[in-house]
Design a protein around this ligand. Structure first.
Ligand code: ZN
Length: 89
């Protein structure tokens, strides 16, 4: 047996690492206002967790400082090079 199995090309790990380095992780919380019952997304604040009740949250919809609840937390990777072109909420 002299025939060597042909190995598949390795994934470009360097590329992946570069991307992780370059991208910024942004975390958002989806907040449900108890006053106007509307949902909006704002930047994640320390201590936020899903189904957390917040006492003094300024609603972005009705602009009242009222009770609210976090319904969802999600994150996304942002390419800083694209931030200039896109408006990030
Ligand atoms: Zn509201």
């Amino acid at each position: 047996m002299s025939e060597e199995p042909e190995l598949p090309p390795l994934p470009a790990i360097g590329d992946i690492l570069d991307r992780k380095d370059r991208f910024i992780q942004k975390v958002y919380s989806v907040v449900n206002c108890k006053d106007c019952k509307k949902e909006y997304t704002r930047e994640f604040k320390k201590g936020d967790y899903t189904f957390k009740e917040i006492e003094n949250e300024k609603c972005q919809e009705c602009e009242k400082t009222t009770k609210a609840m976090i319904t969802e937390i999600y994150s996304e990777w942002i390419d800083p090079k694209k931030v200039k072109d896109n408006i990030i909420p």
